[in-house]
Design a binder for this molecule. Structure first.
Ligand code: ATP
Length: 323
């Protein structure tokens, strides 16, 4: 069995990498995709993980497989295709460091995953099954994602979900909202940013939005990440906030995934359904997750920026972070 299995997009992020001797911008090849970042965070914390997704049978797809192996994530659920290229996204930096994403995905290999291609042993043996919304932008990966989530849930897995709204990947807002809501119907634990919460509920306040979302969907625990402000949680019976840690951010890529990975770690360690947790246990889990998120901002990159157990513990205890 696995502690956590995740399904979703796995792609190449080309991030700005300086300039060539001729003065042209260079791009650096990095593994990207939130579900794998979350698994990498868990693997670094010592958990047994496996990934389900599809890449092209090309050098980028092989690089992504190597990345899974290097991170200690089981790759038996990684499917290769000769009919689509590994998905790519170019990250452009605007004036003032604002990031924009340009996806090469028409369609990309990640979207071509079909339910029949999924290794059934990964749906039966997971304690936690994690997914996002990027794999629900088109078929067949949308149907595959939802069917996999339902199957894992029926076989006893806890379902965790990060809707991760990327407007450029959807036909329009209605299309995005409808698919993101399909996921909300299945999830036990949901993590959103404040922006995603407002988009999903139409509310413009944190507490009001959280209340609306919990009324509409059978979610047991809602987590809202608040950047430098830490995070907020709401269950059927309680709500509260957990303060962030003072860090000097250099790159916020994967902060949300570092947060989610660290939270799922706490979920696995507690090993009891969230509704049975005390307020103290919830706060402790949020503190651990906030530290995982904060540390991911102190280093460049996605997977490379994720923290280990010792670093998170130190930050939670208030010890200084080494350079
Ligand atoms: P994404 O990485 O997809 O943008 P997100 O919007 O969920 O995800 P953030 O809210 O930026 O991510 O960060 C996740 C968590 O990381 C926060 O809830 C917080 O605990 C921590 N964090 C992020 N930025 C900072 C910061 N500047 N200082 C301290 N902690 C931070």
């Amino acid at each position: 069995t696995y502690d956590a299995v995740a399904i979703g997009e796995f792609l190449i992020d080309f991030t700005p990498g300086g300039t060539s001797p001729a003065g042209n911008p260079l791009f650096e090849r990095n593994a990207g995709g939130a579900p794998v970042n979350v698994l990498a965070a868990l693997a670094r914390l010592g958990k047994r993980t496996a990934f389900i997704g599809k890449v092209g049978n090309d050098p980028f797809g092989h690089f992504l497989q190597d990345t899974l192996r290097q991170e200690g994530i089981d790759d038996k659920g990684l499917v290769f295709t000769d009919h689509a290229h590994t998905t790519m996204a170019f990250v452009h930096l605007g004036e003032g460091g604002e990031r924009s994403f340009h996806f090469c995905r028409q369609p990309g290999a990640d979207e071509a995953l079909a339910f029949e291609e999924i290794d059934a042993s990964l749906l039966g043996g997971a304690r936690v099954f994690h997914f996002g919304s990027v794999s629900m932008t088109s078929e067949p990966s949308r149907g595959a994602t939802l069917a996999a989530v339902r199957e894992a849930k029926a076989r006893g897995a806890w379902i965790t979900y990060d809707p991760n709204w990327r407007p450029a990947l959807w036909q329009d807002n209605q299309h995005a909202k409808q698919a993101m809501e399909e996921g909300l119907k299945e999830a036990d634990v949901v993590k959103v940013s404040e922006e995603e919460l407002f988009f999903l509920t139409g509310a413009d306040g944190l507490e009001a939005g959280a209340q609306l979302l919990m009324e509409r969907f059978p979610v047991k625990l809602l987590l809202v990440t608040l950047g430098a402000e830490g995070s907020y949680y709401r269950t059927r019976t309680a709500e509260g906030r957990a303060a962030s840690y003072p860090v000097a951010p250099v790159d916020t890529t994967a902060a949300g995934d570092g947060f989610m990975g660290a939270f799922i770690y706490a979920l696995l360690e507690n090993d009891r359904p969230v509704p049975e947790w005390t307020d103290g246990e919830l706060r402790q889990a949020l503190a651990f997750a906030n530290a995982g998120g904060a540390l991911a901002t102190t280093r460049r990159g996605a997977i490379a920026s994720l923290a280990d157990h010792g670093e998170i513990e130190k930050l939670v205890k208030g010890e200084p972070i080494p350079d």
